[in-house]
Design a protein around this ligand. Structure first.
Ligand code: GUN
Length: 278
């Protein structure tokens, strides 16, 4: 069966909008885009539009590609001290001359709606999560929809990035699954995948995962979004053949992608409520 991320994300956004309508103050999200990478510009625009749709206050901040580290950190400090802002997101990747890690660590962890700050990653690692990275959190919601109990299941995560693979593995571990973390260089990846009841792939290599690597009846979650030369978007999994082997599979587009924005909104609402309680 195909997991309809677009529909599930829509329902989650609707539920958030209903909650926002009851709040005294609007949750506020600031999204910073440095430079003019076209893919990043699309993601930032989508995030800004999604905020407006659920009734958030949204600030879209464009900075030139040649901004200095000091200037960027000053902007983050300004937003840390702005009471109308509950969430701060700096779209990645940043131009090479900027230190992304220092940028992330400068965001107040209470406003770190990406969940990338070491304090939030540490809390996730200790299974005491506060703000959780958006994409893995979205994947956990999709897995829940399948109704499959994760306890004791063999999960293979392919990709070990800070944005997806590592926090994804942590989420699955917190759900008491057995987790193997691989990457694009893992030796004999196909034999690891053959053991997997659940496969999550986030490597950014078009159609890298073949159907004959996947165990019959496995759940396949494809985080990859790759644009081919002909303009078509494809995932990291060969969807057309893998869908014949998997019990559940996410399409690209329309699978994990829409969930990432919905969970970003959810994190912003969580951050807003936590700040109001203080
Ligand atoms: N670039 C790709 N994915 C993400 C994400 O989830 N957050 C941010 N800030 N940048 C990204």
């Amino acid at each position: 069966m195909i997991i309809d991320g677009k529909k599930i994300a829509h329902e989650l956004r609707q539920a958030i909008a209903n909650q926002v309508a009851l709040l005294e103050q609007k949750p506020g999200l600031a999204v910073i885009l440095v430079g003019d990478d076209p893919a990043s510009a699309v993601y930032v625009r989508n995030k800004d539009n999604a905020c407006k749709e659920v009734g958030f206050y949204s600030e879209k901040i464009n900075k030139p590609a040649n901004i200095t580290q000091t200037e960027l950190l000053a902007e983050i400090e300004r937003l840390n001290n702005d009471d109308s802002i509950d969430g701060i997101l700096v779209q990645l990747p940043l131009p090479n001359h900027l230190d992304a890690n220092q940028v992330i660590e400068t965001i107040n962890p209470e406003k770190d709606v990406d969940g990338f700050h070491s304090e939030n990653i540490g809390k996730l690692m200790q299974n005491k999560p506060f703000l959780r990275p958006c994409t893995p959190k979205g994947v956990m919601i999709l897995l829940k929809i399948t109704g499959v109990d994760l306890v004791g299941k063999n999960c293979v995560v392919v990709g070990a990035s800070n944005i997806v693979g590592r926090p994804m593995a942590c989420e699955l571990l917190n759900a008491r699954a057995t987790v193997t973390i691989c990457n694009s260089k893992t030796q004999d990846l196909s034999s690891k995948l053959k053991q997997a009841d659940i496969v999550v792939v986030a490597v950014g290599i078009p159609k890298m995962i073949q159907a004959n690597w996947i165990k019959s009846g496995a759940i396949v979650i494809d985080v990859g979004i790759n644009r081919l030369d002909n303009g078509r978007l494809v995932g990291d999994v060969d969807f057309d053949t893998a869908k014949e082997v998997a019990s559940w599979i996410t399409p690209v587009p329309g699978g994990v992608g829409p969930m990432t924005i919905a969970t970003l909104l959810e994190n912003t609402l969580t951050a807003h409520k936590a700040r109001k309680q203080k």
